[in-house]
Ligand binder design. Structure first.
Ligand code: NAP
Length: 309
């Protein structure tokens, strides 16, 4: 008969609740906008530019517009038809660049076939680059200079900070090297003094690499590719992926049920990174508004003391 059997259970991982953190940040932004409104003389303005009728984009744009109205940002966006020629989209961007009421511009992707996104993204005034993806702003991130930061990785950094995850000296692995997520994520983790490895589709022995990670950020865009065998016990796991399941509902790149019992902290999908991406768009807009109306906003102070309740 077995005696003194110690149950092989670990405490469940902390859920890095993006909805909760986004709500806290929105409250701070709303208070800040209300406080500075009289001095600034106008509310912050965000222009989400949508071209065509991609249904998923419709949902994303509506979410961004609702978030804007919750914190007091005026929505100055435009919706152009799918057949709009490139020169007209460009002219709209130039009009928004010149409009003093617009602090942030976001070109919603994907664009309809036939429109090349690169020259259009490059045409956005870098000071109004709400997505933080303009070449100049990616360069600023690389050099550690201030500027609007890419929303998804900046949202991940805020989640890690709110959970009290110490990054200095830790081994971080980022799966994915896109300009949208993987590359800026790696730069931000490195700036926080983590030792960073970036994996991609040609990486060999992925599980061996990821099992060495104290912090694992998965942005491969492959549904449920990361399971228990990829994760070191006690690691912090951030799942950026978002996919519609054939049977309905959403899932990420990580098999949540397998990884949650092993990890010390994990983001759920939905409700993890997604809500923070939208909130960082608001942060970039409010930062630009403050700067353009004569007051520097302290980025770090905006995030100071945030924690999961
Ligand atoms: P992407 O442009 O398709 O990039 C995917 C990256 O993952 C590429 O670098 C690719 O490598 C790498 N990769 C693909 N398969 C891999 C594998 N089997 N092993 C290792 N690496 C692999 O995607 P993305 O725009 O970065 O987005 C990634 C995911 O995040 C998508 O699911 C997207 O929907 C989601 N997303 C979510 C949010 C949010 O707010 N939650 C925001 C943005 C994106 P190569 O470079 O070699 O091709």
């Amino acid at each position: 008969m077995l005696k003194n059997v110690v149950p092989l259970t670990r405490p469940m991982a902390t859920r890095l609740d993006g909805r909760q953190l986004a709500a806290q940040l929105e409250q701070r932004l709303q208070a800040l906008v209300a406080e500075r409104l009289a001095q600034a003389g106008r509310p912050p303005g965000l222009a989400v530019l949508r071209v065509g009728d991609d249904p998923a984009s419709g949902v994303y744009v509506a979410n961004k517009e609702k978030a804007c109205s919750r914190v007091g940002i005026t929505n100055l966006g435009a919706h152009l038809s799918a057949t709009t020629p490139a020169r007209e989209v460009l002219a709209t961007i130039e009009r928004l660049n010149a409009d003093p009421a617009v602090d942030g511009i976001l070109l919603q992707l994907p664009l309809p076939g036939g429109l090349d996104e690169a020259p259009l993204l490059a045409a956005i005034d870098p000071q109004k680059d709400a997505d933080g993806l303009h070449t100049l702003n990616l360069g600023r991130l690389l050099k550690g200079e201030p500027g609007p930061r890419s929303c998804t990785p900046a949202g991940v950094m805020a989640l890690l900070a709110a959970a009290g995850v110490e990054l200095a000296g830790k081994r971080a692995v980022v799966i994915g090297r896109s300009i949208l997520v993987g590359q800026p994520m790696a730069l931000m983790l490195q700036a926080a003094n983590a030792t960073v490895t970036v994996a991609h589709s040609r990486t060999q022995n992925l599980a061996e690499l990821t099992r060495a990670a104290d912090v694992l950020v998965v942005a491969a865009g492959k549904p449920q590719m990361i399971g228990a065998e990829h994760v070191k016990p006690g690691a912090v796991v951030v799942d950026v992926g978002i996919h519609r399941k054939p049977e309905g509902g959403l899932c990420g790149d990580v098999i949540f049920e397998q990884v949650e019992p092993i990890a010390s902290a994990i983001t759920p999908v939905p409700g993890g990174v997604g809500p923070m991406t939208v909130t960082m768009l608001l942060v970039n807009t409010v930062m630009a508004w403050s700067q353009r109306t004569g007051a520097e906003l302290d980025f770090d102070a905006l995030f100071a003391g945030l924690a999961f309740g």
